[in-house]
Ligand binder design. Sequence first.
Ligand code: C5P
Length: 223
Amino acid sequence: MSAEHLVITLDGPAGAGKSSVAKALASKLGISYLDTGAMYRALTVKALRLKMDLSDEEALTTLCRNTKLGFKEMPDGSLNITLDGEDVSVAIRSPEITNNTHYAAKTPGVRTLMVAWQRAMGQDRSIVTDGRDQGTVVFTDARYKFYVDADVEERVQRRYKELIAAGKKVDLDQLRTDMQDRDQKDFNRAVGPLKKAPDAITVDSTGLTVEGTVAKIMKLIQL
Ligand code: C5P
């Protein structure tokens, strides 16, 4: 790994602002952004289209092994996830996918493949990566690790506003229940659970804008 090779990990619960912050941070630093949640979501899109039994871990692992995930650079510099060559960046955000991605996330064989792909993507390029296990499992020797958290009600409100802005119909109580359920599953699974790496710095984004959180992180980074 060269001296210029920089890996920054952002882990944390849903709605903490990780992906917006990671994207803005990567753009500020002029390096790539890796959205690892999009990868688990994309596999779930494929499995649901095939009407697979999502609790069949062997079948899901085989499906994952035979799947090509990629990222396509858009004119504005952002990266859209591709599933076997198809841009599925809109499909992965549906509530159905959000609420079913935990099956892929808890399947050991799927995680092994995803971890290997993520490491390969960070091997020869500098990245800001966001997910649940980036600092604890995937990039254990990352130069900077952050655990991004925020007050639970603020996380729910942020996600609510995001969905409303995207033209979705959302029931706030249902969203709160779904998010709490998703966090519990992320915290409690046997493989790659969400947890703060011992050497990660906690960044509380409560009350902060994306720019405010990025500024807080930039102060902690010495390049
Ligand atoms: O980050 P995002 O909300 O898009 O992630 C969707 C789901 O994918 C998470 O709730 C989690 O179950 C799973 N995930 C994961 N490991 C990662 C990233 C996401 O298990 N590194």
